[in-house]
Design a protein around this ligand. Sequence first.
Ligand code: VG1
Ligand code: CO
Length: 544
Amino acid sequence: MKIQTITTQPFSDQKPGTSGLRKLVSVFQQPHYLENFIQSTFDSIGAVQGQTLVLGGDGRYYNRPAIQIILKMAAANGVGHIKVGQGGILSTPATSCVIRKYNAMGGIVLSASHNPGGPDGDFGVKYNISNGGPAPEKVTEAIFARSKVIDQYKLLDAADIDLDTLGQSKMGDMIVEVIDSVEDYAQLMESLFDFDQIRQLITRGEFRLCVDSMHAVTGPYAHALFEKRLGAPAGTVLNGIPLEDFGGGHPDPNLVYAHDLVEILFGDDAPDFGAASDGDGDRNMILGRKFFVTPSDSLAVLAANATLVPGYKDGLAGIARSMPTSQAPDRVAAKLGIDCYETPTGWKFFGNLLDAGKATLCGEESFGTGSNHIREKDGLWAVLFWLNILAVKQKSVQELMQEHWQTYGRNYYSRHDYENVAIDRANTLMDQVRAQFPTMKGKQFGAYEVEYADDFSYTDPVDGSVSKNQGFRIGFTDGSRIVYRLSGTGTQGATLRVYLERYESDPTKHHFDAQDGLADLIKIADEIAQIRVLTGMEKPTVIT
Ligand code: VG1
Ligand code: CO
């Protein structure tokens, strides 16, 4: 078999965002586009010769052709062994699990996560390092730098691999091993949670659950875990077959896009528990009967009850949350006497804290929760964690949440997204907010007085690396906050994210809908940033 060296020209737009490189499928399908990015990756991660890599994706359109191309490039670049998920399927958390379990050098995940798929949808590529986590900024910057000057890539002239049959074969000198997509991950879950106790809860007939895989990657995992290993009735998993276009849906587990599940959980005769996950399986939404759990609260509840779960029975070293995530977990950390770290948005910033043993649980407001069991957020792990706690406590989701608020107070929280805003308008808006920083302190907005206004910058406590420009924070003297950020995962126009948070200690005021509880701050956010005027939008496109 012959190694071809193919001449190419750089593309200028291969800068990875919050989580890998995401573009329209049609962009990735341009000649040399995917190849350039993959070769830039191989050129930037250190010697790959003889190394083991993990490869898989969320099953979206272009997953299989991309895998065949990457296999041929890996073989041509001298990779020794590739573990690829059967049918090209590996969820993001499963990839992280496999990298760690087999001491691989790293892995490539083909996913644009919660972005829509299909020929007109998005595709994405992210590289994970040997700890199983997303490549840190110094690696993604090196890949981008390389992509700007690349002039050739290597490809083995070989036949496609059969991705559907388990087992090993050879491509040139490289071993290609098609692995069961679920097994390693399911074993890890069994090692962390009390499956017997969860099984008792969900098979005794009084407790019903419903898990929506949104026709994305978690289908096979959810079937294997909930229906096979835990004995939930067939039909517990909805939309459990991964489809290349996610059935035309938007695989984003929130109240807007997971509407099938929301209808069931808020309908008559609703089950006790509902959960959904995203395209690549790293996000989760938790619902009780007619009850929604805010992701920030979910992290706080898991932290407060962690010792009830076998994998965490010895307690937590610390908690980490992304900056825009509510401060509900901070209150739990304070009570437990452990540190709570505040990082920029994106899971890559948790890696060092987890590796250094400073944090055990991590979370983001964007429906992401995880722990030191892997180095990615993990949707089904969060669902199992909740079920394990409910099985021990014998309480409903709503009771558990309300008791939590009684103990810690409630952090009213919401995120308002304005999608597909013209990029220059979004930049103008951000510039105008930034221009107000010097005169903000002490300013009064209704009952709220500004305590600080800044552009969040993070110094990693482990390696000292500094990440600047991570979002604007306006903090008020009562602890309330408004945060403005532009998304780093969208592929069309700009997405403005406005994060709103207010703390309420009085238990008689914990029952409001979040939008009502935050009404004043929502107005102030518009007053400061002139959102309606500058975006031309009367209201957000998505509220979570
Ligand atoms: C969004 C979320 C962020 C998350 C990222 C990747 O990023 O806000 O919290 O880590 O998506 O999640 P942004 O830059 O668009 O706000 V996933 O499930 O797409 O890997
Ligand atoms: Co995701």
